[in-house]
Ligand binder design. Structure first.
Ligand code: HEC
Length: 134
């Protein structure tokens, strides 16, 4: 093989590895870390060491609509206070996980994130795109 061909194949090989990660880097995945979601949420299992009872987020797209997640990430306290079907479902899962009967409780997410983390509409959309792939 001529040297030039070798150089070209080498460059194509490098591009093949570098391009996909540059083009498809997931801004939502980065925000999930930057905005401290990882403090409480695992993907596959409920909770983290910090917050053992937080829901794991795999399959979250089957549990809520995008419109609901938008409202939730903007203002979890208000959504929680509304006690809609989605909130009741989260609460039922929480108490099933704890092995006790459901009863009204505070939203843990809103007590922390509601006060400290403010998300722009764009950040919320990026996070939803990320959540919808889980
Ligand atoms: C302080 C811990 C904490 C942080 C930080 C946090 N969450 Fe939550 N999240 C919870 C808890 C606990 C729930 C269950 C409802 C509740 O008690 O507030 C929840 C519920 C959810 C749900 C619904 C899950 C389901 O299975 O129905 C989604 C989606 C979600 N959080 C996304 C996020 C995203 C995105 C971030 C980062 C911007 C985030 N959370 C940050 C604790 C947290």
């Amino acid at each position: 093989m001529k040297l030039i061909q070798r150089v070209i194949s080498f460059l194509l090989l490098i591009l093949g590895f570098a391009l996909p990660s540059a083009l498809f880097a997931d801004p939502g995945a980065a925000l999930f870390k930057e905005k401290h979601c990882v403090l409480c949420h695992n993907i596959h299992n409920p909770g983290t060491v910090f917050a053992p009872a937080c829901p794991g987020l795999q399959g979250v797209r089957h549990r809520h609509s995008k419109a609901w997640i938008r409202k939730w990430l903007k203002n979890p306290a208000a959504v929680w206070a509304g006690n809609d079907a989605d909130v009741q479902d989260i609460n039922a899962r929480y108490f099933r996980y704890r092995g006790s009967a459901p009863k009204p409780r505070e939203s843990f997410m809103s007590t922390i994130i509601g006060k400290k983390v403010v998300l722009t509409d764009e950040e919320i959309e990026a996070l939803i795109d990320y959540l919808w792939k889980l």
